[in-house]
Design a protein around this ligand. Sequence first.
Ligand code: SF4
Length: 258
Amino acid sequence: MKSNLIGYIKRKSLLYKTAVEYGDYTINHIQGCSHGCIYPCYAMLMARRFGKVATYEEWLRPKIVENAVELLTKEIPRHKTKIKFVHFCFSTDPFMYGYKEIEELSVKLIKMLNEAHIKCTALTKGCLPVELARLSDDNEFGITLVSLDEKFREKNEPFSASYKERIGCLYKLHKSGIKTWVSIEPYPTPNIIQQDFDDILNAISFVDKIIFGKMNYNAMVSKYAGYKEYFNLLSEKVINFCRKNNKIYHIKEGTITK
Ligand code: SF4
């Protein structure tokens, strides 16, 4: 059923190899993102640069790739032997908050890939649905979490799921035996928000993996005296926390500097 809240586009291809540092293959079956992050969102900057959307308001109105299932059916056999895993998504959010139709399509595409024995990972600022626990045990599902302060979220990730709901959905998957992770990125400096980093680590202490990265493309970061040392210190905290608690970690390129 087509919703009048979203638009539809057709694409010629779907699966592609990404150059993103922790990626392999990826899929972007939606254009735009209703979460409307203002850090700014790199995906929106790129979409504007390449003329896919003209304004922030247009970015907020997601468009579903209506031939996504058809494309994936053709592309899985073609790429299958080269794929280690498929990430959902680097240029949009696969579980946009309040968009059931997007959620259903994302689950369907993950299921198709799993049936071809391809592992999937996903990252969201929405709520991960519990149906994901019925798919392959190899999958890994994550949320982005850079604060626990709802005022910060309302200002910077205005239409995303609340932090409490986001963590709650992830915890349910963890309790169902699914591998979970958190991306603490793009992490802000104290002149953007004063907060206790340990509180964030403790709130997600159940996850299997943590990715940490500094905030980019925001002029406020370099205005914070000692921002390089600040990110070095937090990276070290993440590494120590993960080593102590037996978790996998990844510190994004450029976050630790000499
Ligand atoms: S959730 Fe991700 S893709 Fe969506 S607006 Fe925020 S940063 Fe951009």
